[in-house]
Design a protein around this ligand. Structure first.
Ligand SMILES: Cc1cc2nc3c(=O)[nH]c(=O)nc-3n(C[C@H](O)[C@H](O)[C@H](O)COP(=O)(O)O)c2cc1C
Ligand SMILES: O=C(O)C(=O)c1ccccc1
Length: 416
């Protein structure tokens, strides 16, 4: 199927057509253009699950422990409601934008870093990075990618791309530097450092399945390590054989390096600041105290995230902590948000609560599993179209904080 023509238009604002909402989505859609799969966002997970092996399904959909954090992430969106304003003179095309990391970008969402994408579709990150570029959505590449840094950059072309670091311990600083240099050379313009995953969480689905994507025989998720010259050299010195001569030992060694089982400290951030020439964003913030410390050490941003509830059970909702973190540091650093976003209204609420940009996690991977590049495009376009129409019909004329702010929200609990 060719490029869909229903309306969402991230970045295609130069040619506004006021009636495109109706004509594209309904008339064209119903008569001769069919989406690759449903527009119903809450059905994507079930449909994708039908396509996947039990291992991949458990890995993607599963979360930590009883799943309490994950459930709270979702439930939190229902506690805020959008109050529509009437007789606000609106343009037919409102402006979606985001002002982050000293840039004006055409839409306020990005693809969250998600590792091992080839377990969901053979084209993996190549398909997702290509779709993101076409929709003007920044793509955050994971250290645990199943495709090398250089190949993802090629697939992403002239798109905006950022690199997510699973950060080796200090004694492997040379390997960290090598990854950063490769990413920089390949056009990744910001560094997202994930703080909450120096070890995978307690994940019952994966333990039931005895499943860890790294330890599969086809070594998915270790593409960066196995292609890294500094790691290859390190492996040879230490094991007396090349990576290619003993792949399973190399995979085990790389896994120990990127998931060492212990955390860095605030002081260590200086090392990254010395070796990365660009903005640094710390991912996995859930407390005001931690956010304030991040703001003190001259990083450019944080991601308020609990990793989609995949790391710790019994945690709070990511959306619940967002407003207080924005109040504490939002005027000093860029606050990104993720965990639990499934539709346009969810994005609208997180932006209204002060996030500058939302990262989309599982939903675009459901798209990848259901339809490769076209599936990811469908999900991104659907989310952006849904966001745009949600704002439009609420009389909110842009996604900037001037118009989309706490004034448009009410707490559902306060209504009763
Ligand atoms: C299958 C899967 C793999 C992930 N891999 C990474 C990763 O490699 N690096 C990272 O920082 N976060 C990773 N995450 C977390 C996402 O970046 C994001 O924080 C989370 O998915 C947001 O929650 P949501 O899925 O509810 O949108 C992963 C999430 C999933 C579902
Ligand atoms: O599963 C995850 O949440 C994650 O961050 C990860 C870790 C290792 C490989 C792939 C993804």
């Amino acid at each position: 199927m060719g490029e869909m023509e229903y309306h969402y238009h991230a970045g295609k604002r130069s040619d506004p057509n006021p009636i495109e909402y109706e004509t594209s989505i309904y008339q064209k859609g119903l008569s001769y253009q069919r989406p690759p799969f449903t527009f119903k966002p809450l059905e994507w997970e079930g449909l994708a699950a039908e396509r996947m092996s039990a291992d991949s399904k458990g890995y993607l959909i599963g979360s930590a422990g009883t799943g309490e954090t994950d459930k709270k992430n979702r439930a939190a969106f229902g506690r805020w409601s959008i109050i529509p304003r009437r007789l606000v003179k609106t343009e037919s095309f409102l402006k979606l934008s985001a002002s982050v990391l000293h840039h004006e970008l055409p839409c306020p969402i990005a693809c969250a870093p998600v590792g091992v994408q080839r377990i969901f579709n053979p084209e993996g990150e190549m398909a997702a990075a290509a779709a993101a570029a076409k929709q003007n959505v920044p793509f955050i590449m994971s250290t645990a990618s199943s495709t090398s840094i250089e190949d993802v950059a090629k697939a992403n072309g002239d798109g905006v791309r950022w690199f997510q670091l699973y950060w080796p311990p200090n004694e492997h600083g040379d390997i960290t530097i090598s990854m950063l240099q490769r990413a920089q050379k390949a056009g990744f313009s910001a560094l997202f450092v994930t703080l909450d995953t120096y070890q995978l969480g307690w994940r019952p689905s994966d333990m039931d399945n005895g499943y860890n994507p790294f330890l599969r025989s086809d070594q998915v998720g270790v593409a960066i390590g196995l292609t890294d010259p500094t790691f290859r050299e390190h492996f040879k010195t230490r094991h007396g054989k090349s990576v290619d001569e003993d792949k399973s030992a190399a995979v085990a060694e790389w896994t120990r390096i990127v998931f060492p089982g212990h955390s860095h400290s605030f002081d260590d951030i200086k090392f990254l600041q010395q070796h990365w020439k660009g903005p640094i964003v710390l991912k996995g913030v859930q407390s005001v105290e931690h956010a304030k410390k991040c703001a003190e050490i001259s990083v450019q941003g944080i991601v308020v995230s609990n990793h989609g509830g995949r790391q710790s059970d019994g945690g709070c909702s990511s959306l619940g902590v967002l407003p207080r973190i924005v109040d504490a540091v939002g005027d000093k650093i860029d606050v990104f948000f993720d965990s639990g976003i499934r539709c346009g209204a969810d994005i609208a609420k997180a932006l209204a609560l002060g996030a500058k940009m939302c990262l989309i996690g599982r939903p675009y991977i459901y798209g990848l599993a259901l339809g490769g590049e076209e599936g990811v495009s469908h999900v991104l376009k659907a989310l952006l179209g849904d966001l745009e129409l949600t704002l439009h019909l609420a009389g909110i004329v842009s996604s900037s904080s001037e118009h989309l702010n706490r004034g448009v929200l009410i707490k559902e609990d306060d209504l009763f």
